[in-house]
Unconditional design. Structure first.
Lengths: 299, 98
């Protein structure tokens, strides 16, 4: 018998998930500070997302999935995929928002968004800043209102409160302090075929740094496009970059299901046009975070 | 492939599709194909070529315009970059032959 879970939603509209998978078991691992509770026995017709047990695993259903459905081998993967579907459902309800793949941390002036391709260090930089006193806003994705929200007419980030994850081993340039922090505050999630840990999630329930819960909104203060130099550990440069490059990065790293292509580009141009866009070249994320903390008044 | 397409485009007068939406921002140009909802991005050179293609022009005429605009750039570099760009725009159905 399926359980109906009620996840917090924007505008006080919860997202209902009818699930055969025990989602409560995966709170710390995936949902972090995105609150949800059990409502009782599920009525599938009332659910926005369904997770049903099938031979060999679970089948998720939501309009954002290709063909409307996806099968996964176990409950953990169902919970993992649900994260994306919750964000997709939120975007389906709000045509004024885009979903941005970015790391984010907040200083006194607002959100610093790290936008770029995979492995450029978005997650690490956001976590490094959080350890220096910034408010952690996300390591992987957030929602952005390009034209602002009710309380602001500047681009605004909306946190999802998701559990941050780190690839292991921690990059050498991140410094021993971060590696020690991750080791002390994370739980290994995946091993490779040789039994080496490759992904760990930071347990937000340990409450070792300030993390924004679901629905927290803050104005965007800056876009930072990181370029990691693995060949030069001493590289460190932070300078004003091209707003065109920043807009392109936003387009490439975002989804905007509620907008047509022209609207999507306009949203990216609005975000990039509204805030400073910085180019960060670095070899050590620890040194980069120190520089960013100084630049944005984080302590 | 780009060379073969450039041969085809060299003699034709080309023009950008008038229904392609444009958003220019700080050295880059976004093109939006309303038919397919595809988004393309052009750098400064590409944006300049796209601007020039508001009116019909042959490939050689475009090359001459670029050579004048970028006098310090070797002509063969201009030719190579232009041919690659035109091939890409053509492949993505963003151009018309007039």
């Amino acid at each position: 018998m399926s359980t109906m879970y009620r996840f917090a939603g924007l505008d006080d509209r919860p997202i209902r998930v009818a699930s055969d998978a025990p989602l409560i078991d995966f709170t710390a691992r995936f949902f972090g500070l995105w609150p949800f509770d059990e409502e009782g026995t599920a009525i599938a017709d009332l659910a926005d997302i369904t997770i049903e047990a099938v031979d060999g695993g679970f089948r998720l259903r939501h309009g954002a999935l290709e063909g409307g459905a996806q099968e996964v081998p176990d409950a953990a993967e169902a919970a993992n995929q649900l994260v994306g579907l919750l964000a997709a459902e939120q975007l389906a309800r709000r045509s004024d928002l885009i979903g941005l793949h970015a790391g984010a941390a907040a200083g006194p002036g607002g959100l610093i968004l790290f936008v770029g391709d995979s492995l450029c260090g978005k997650s690490t930089l956001a976590l490094q800043l959080a350890r220096r006193g910034a408010r952690f806003f996300g390591d992987d994705r957030l929602l952005v209102a390009p034209a602002g929200t009710d309380n602001s007419d500047v681009p605004t980030g909306i946190g999802l409160g998701l559990t941050p994850r780190m690839r292991l081993p921690i990059h050498e340039g991140a410094g021993g302090a971060l590696a020690a922090f991750v080791a002390a505050n994370s739980v290994v999630e995946h091993m490779d075929w040789q039994g080496n840990p490759i992904i760990a999630y930071i347990d937000l329930e340990l409450d070792t740094f300030d993390a924004a819960p679901f629905g927290t909104t803050l104005p965007v203060a800056a876009l930072v496009l990181p370029h990691r130099r693995d060949d030069d550990p001493d590289a460190l440069e932070l300078e004003l970059g091209s707003k065109g490059d920043a807009a392109l990065a936003v387009v490439r790293q975002s989804t905007a299901p509620g907008m047509d292509a022209r609207g999507h580009v306009a949203a990216a141009a609005l975000i990039a046009g509204s805030v400073p866009c910085l180019r960060l070249v670095y070899g050590s994320s620890a040194a980069a975070a120190d520089l960013l903390a100084e630049r944005f008044g984080i302590s | 492939m780009p060379h073969a397409v450039a041969d085809k485009t060299r003699m034709n007068r080309l023009r950008r599709r008038p229904d392609i939406a444009i958003t220019a921002l700080d050295g880059g140009t976004f093109l939006i194909d309303g038919r397919t909802q595809a988004i393309f991005h052009l750098d400064a050179l590409g944006g300049g070529v796209w601007t020039a293609l508001a009116e019909p022009a042959t490939r050689d005429e475009l090359a001459a315009v670029l050579a004048e605009a970028f006098p310090d750039t070797p002509r063969d570099t201009i030719a190579h970059d232009l041919d690659a760009l035109l091939a890409e725009l053509d492949a993505r159905d963003l151009l018309e032959r007039v």
